[in-house]
Each structure stands twice: as structure tokens, then as C-alpha cells.
Design a protein around this ligand. Sequence first.
Ligand code: NDP
Length: 245
Amino acid sequence: MVQDRIAVITGASRGIGRSIAFALAARGAKIVAAHTSPGGGQALVDELAQLGMECLAVQCDVTSSKDAQRVIDAAVEKYGRVDILVNNAGITHDGMLIRMTDDAWDDVLSINLKGAFLCTRAVSKVMMKQRSGRIINIASVVGQGGNAGQANYCASKAGLIGLTKSNARELSRRMITVNAVAPGFIATMMTDTLSEKVLQDLAVQIPMKRLGSVDDIANAVLFLASDNSSYITGQVLAVNGGMYM
Ligand code: NDP
């Protein structure tokens, strides 16, 4: 399905991005892992190498257009092409609207939305020449339904859905598909900050009565990255246990 495909994944050092890297690598894709923390990328390279899987780590702050270009250039230099881009890097900086600082707004919009734009712009030139490609943006259930205390995060993820649809319309003639996966609440470091009580309350609101796992998201990405999804573009695949329909 993705054998020998070249997949660039941002924020691949942990959580959902790491799981996506393992899922794609296990099916024969070669991973280019964009990470910011100095040790994060190498740890992934070493772990995948132990399992006989290939990964190139490139330090990249997705808010920098130079870094975004560098990670795509590194992939092309090593492999000659890029087949899959997963815009996964993301942060939260929560707070109620009236107390939200300018920095909290700018940081979240910059990483979650501008970062995806910069990486997509850089990879599009390569994919347009190839006349093929898969771009997958990791949005969120709260980008669809909103959430109190997350104005910046929800705006960034709703923006990412708009970016997905616009880019899908623009790139489909070149056989490039652009889709989003919108996870519900997934057990990662991002949700580790929530108290046990909040997590229990959340689980009660989810029709499937549990938080999602990183593998739930990786499986959806794997489908959208594969040939099985070749006629699907501009869509938002919700992976949320029925939390938002
Ligand atoms: P984590 O906090 O576990 O991981 C975030 C990743 O983003 C890290 O690998 C981090 O890399 C990377 N990152 C942060 N800032 C930057 C930056 N400036 N440039 C490049 N990479 C950066 O989060 P999750 O795995 O939980 O989330 C992954 C994605 O899924 C995010 O987009 C998030 O919004 C989304 N999501 C998560 C949900 C959840 O419940 N967990 C729900 C819905 C959506 P490093 O450590 O190297 O800086």
C-alpha cells in the first residue's frame, strides 16, 4: 500500500506523529521525521533501525519557512521524491478568551496552521512535478465543534480544515490529494496535562466511552496515504469515537 513511498512527518518525535511513523514504516515507507527537540529525531531513527526500518531525522521548526524547505530538500536529496506529507506538529496553549495573551494566540496559530502551510507549499512544488502525492493534515474534533478555553487552538484547527479544502481544489489536477484527519481526545503528552477527573468526564461524553489511541489515528492516516484512498480529496476523516457527528 505504501511500500517504498517517501513520507515526511512533522512532529514525529512522540505521540501521534511517532505512531504514524511506525505505522507507515511497518508497511515499507521510508520516513523523513521532522522534529525540534535535538534528541527526539535520533531516538526514532534508532528505534526504527532496530526493527529494520529506514528513517531520516531532520531538525525543523515548522514555523520557519527555511526549515520547512530544508526538510523537503533533505528528503528529495536522499530519496529523489516525496510521496506523503503528514502535517502533524501541533501545540496547545489554552486559556479563557478574555485572559488569552497575544503570544498564546500567535504561538498556536503559527505552529498549528502556518507550519502546515509552509510545509505544504514546500512539498507541493515537488509533488506537482511528480504528478502524485498525498498530503494529510492532523486537525481536531474541536476545530469542527469548538471548545471553551481553546479559542486559539480551535481557530488553528478550523483554519487547517479550510487549508485542506483549498489545497485539495488547487492540487487535485496534479493527482495530489489533500485530506484532514480530525482526532477526538487521544491519550498522548498533549492530554496528559488534563486531570484524571477531566479525562473521566470526557470519556463519559464520548459515545464509545473511551479516549482514542495513537494507533486509531495512525490507521486513518495510513488509509489516506495509501492507494486505497486515491479518489478521496478535500475530506475530513473524523476519528473521535462518535464525539462529534
Ligand atoms: P504531542 O504534544 O505528544 O506531540 C507534539 C509534536 O509536535 C511533538 O513531536 C513536537 O516535536 C512537535 N512540535 C511542536 N512544536 C513544533 C514546531 N515548532 N516544529 C516542529 N514540530 C513541533 O502531541 P500529540 O501527539 O497529541 O498531537 C499531534 C497532533 O495531533 C497535533 O497537531 C495535535 O493538535 C493533534 N491532536 C491531538 C489530540 C490529542 O488528544 N492528543 C486531539 C486532536 C488533535 P518536538 O518534541 O520535537 O518539539
